[in-house]
Write a protein that binds this ligand. Structure first.
Ligand SMILES: Cc1ncc(C[n+]2csc(CCO)c2C)c(N)n1
Length: 203
């Protein structure tokens, strides 16, 4: 299994270099657990979903603690058949999910969000889950949307995506659960997401 994300921060300020570079400092505690490579377009992070989603959450929370409006675009991917197997991406939740029904997975996902730590940073997110290369993929998508509606972070459905809002801790736990618990454990699943904080306009 290969698991990772391409992450880009977009601070709405002329000081964008400072905001991006100082926010990248929030990744330092994860550098021994994840492969992290920054270039002029994005930062690649490869590794297990536990440190991966915590690292993306902390990166955005660091940027959102500054006063300016900031957005972040992330592509998460697991199980891409074109990527090499990487033992550092092993994930117990995915292995366990294999034997569970959709309703059992929804219940476990909801419990994980309920017990997520609060960071004290309010954020908005919109995202789409893509279950690739599978018949009846909409069963998993609708199962995921049911979970989202009960997650406590659901804001509303939009064309092609779902909006979440809340504390960064609960919102990123919701995203991790959507990524891990829906779609086949061995299959190719991606998330396309955009986060926003400190926006001067209404949601
Ligand atoms: C998380 C994240 N990583 C890399 C970039 C790409 N990037 C755009 S401007 C800049 C500062 C140096 O010019 C960098 C590194 C980003 N936006 N967000």
């Amino acid at each position: 299994m290969f698991i990772g994300a391409q992450v880009s921060l977009y601070p709405m300020t002329s000081d964008f270099v400072d905001v991006i570079m100082s926010s990248l400092g929030a990744l330092d505690p994860y550098r021994d657990k994840l492969r992290i490579e920054t270039d002029d377009i994005s930062t690649l992070m490869v590794g297990a979903p536990e440190p991966l989603f915590d690292a993306v959450r902390d990166l955005f929370a660091r940027a959102a603690r500054q006063p300016d409006h900031v957005t972040m675009h992330v592509t998460f991917s697991r199980g891409c058949p074109g990527e090499p197997d990487d033992p550092t991406c092993r994930c117990e939740t995915l292995t366990r999910a294999q034997g569970l029904s959709l309703s059992e997975r929804q219940a476990e996902a909801q419990e994980a969000v309920r017990t997520a730590p609060a960071l004290g940073v309010a954020i908005d997110v919109q995202f789409s889950l893509y279950v690739l290369g599978q018949d009846r993929h909409m069963d998993e998508i609708y199962g995921c949307i049911d979970f989202l509606k009960n997650s406590g972070t659901f804001l509303r459905s939009k064309n092609f995506c779902t909006r979440l809002q809340g504390d960064a801790g609960a919102v990123f736990e919701t995203l991790r659960q959507a990524f891990l618990r829906f779609g086949p454990a061995e299959g190719h699943v991606t998330i396309d997401m955009t986060a926003s904080a400190n926006s001067p306009i209404a949601r």
